[in-house]
Write a new protein. Structure first.
Length: 133
């Protein structure tokens, strides 16, 4: 009986050490303009799968990391529609202005999708500038 308890305890310990994981794939990328590859320096990348949404804030160098439940925990496996908001830097109280083509702002018009699987690591985006700049 004691050997069985030790075996079960070791199994559970190993399971906890290895972890059942959250099933999320870490995902990062860069958002740049298609005309000159300069970075989009502020905004958000949004990943949508049905009712589920996850996002990553665009950093000043154009990079982002996706978070679902925490800021950097990645995405569950599956197909996602993607939208991007890219804005100018403003002073407090000033209105934000879109610097990317507005078509990217909704998943229904962006044309951006990604299939996240175990081999997915990066998702770089090259976007057109706002034509009404």
């Amino acid at each position: 009986m004691q050997k069985i308890l030790i075996t079960i305890t070791l199994f559970l310990s190993l399971f906890l050490i290895i972890g059942c994981g959250n099933g999320h794939i870490p995902l990062r990328g860069n958002v740049t303009f298609s005309d000159d590859s300069s970075p989009v320096t502020k905004g958000t990348v949004l990943f949508v799968q049905g009712e589920f949404q996850a996002s990553g804030d665009i950093q000043p160098d154009g990079s982002y990391v996706v978070g679902s439940y925490t800021s950097k925990d990645g995405l569950p496996l599956g197909m996602y529609e993607v939208s991007v908001i890219g804005v100018t830097d403003t002073l407090p109280g000033e209105t934000l202005h879109s610097i990317i083509d507005p078509k990217y702002e909704t998943v229904s018009t962006s044309g951006l999708t990604i299939n996240v699987d175990s081999s997915t690591k990066n998702y770089d985006l090259k976007l057109d500038r706002n034509p009404k700049k």
